[in-house]
Design a binder for this molecule. Structure first.
Ligand SMILES: [Zn+2]
Length: 225
């Protein structure tokens, strides 16, 4: 009994040794434990949730208005308090860097936008006006979530050259931390329908960092056609 017991013990030890030395190698050899990384949200390909509530379109909860997607004429939310808080903080933090912003434009009602747009069309013609102005019901300024900003120290207001001011150079890579994105990006006119507007900020709240990191327009990010 002693001998067979010894043999059994040796056998068991050999099995244990085989298990402890070979099994992990097999797992590692597959590469499974080393190559696995969690899928990111975009890789999961979750469909964008588009909702229309009271005539207002939302993509994953983010209000969308563009050349195709309108707002109701009677939608008059005024400037949203969280947006006022966000740009106030942004402007305050900028001052500490010696940078000075001014608020050029905020909420605009449907009727006010109609007056603006009609003036632009009368002055420049519809085709030119449509590159920089929205038809009534299609302006982001009617959402109370969009602002136009300028550099206080320069006369550069609502001009593409705003991008060369120290204010914009600081703003472009930090606006998302305050919930804003540059809505009408350079080289994306065929997608957004608007010329590059470095001064136009759209508040999208906590989705801003992900949208900024993507380098995409709202239309692309939410796969709106
Ligand atoms: Zn604007």
């Amino acid at each position: 009994m002693k001998v067979s017991g010894f043999i059994a013990a040796v056998f068991a030890a050999a099995v244990l040794a085989a298990c402890s030395s070979e099994a992990p190698e097999e797992i590692e050899a597959t590469g499974f434990t080393k190559s696995y990384e969690p899928l990111t949200f975009s890789e999961l390909d979750v469909p964008v949730n588009i909702e229309v509530i009271d005539g207002i379109t939302y993509a994953d909860g983010v209000l969308i208005v563009n050349k195709e997607i309108p707002l109701p004429a009677d939608y008059n939310p005024e400037m949203q308090p969280e947006v006022i808080d966000a740009y106030t903080q942004l402007f305050e933090d900028a001052k500490e860097q010696g940078l000075y912003f001014e608020l050029v434009s905020g909420f605009r009602s449907y009727d006010y936008q109609a007056g603006l747009y009609n003036n632009y069309v009368a002055r420049d013609g519809k085709e030119a006006a449509d590159r920089y102005s929205a038809e009534p019901g299609h302006s982001e300024h009617q959402t109370g979530l969009a602002i136009d900003v300028g550099s206080y120290d320069s006369a550069v207001l609502l001009q593409t050259s705003f991008e060369y001011t120290p204010e914009f150079q600081w703003l472009k890579d930090i606006a998302h931390e305050y919930g804003f994105i540059i809505r009408y990006m350079k080289g994306k006119e065929d997608i957004t329908g608007y010329m590059y507007e470095p001064w136009h900020l759209r508040y999208v709240g906590d989705k801003a960092p992900a949208i900024y990191e993507s380098g995409l327009t709202l239309e692309e990010y939410f796969e709106l056609d």
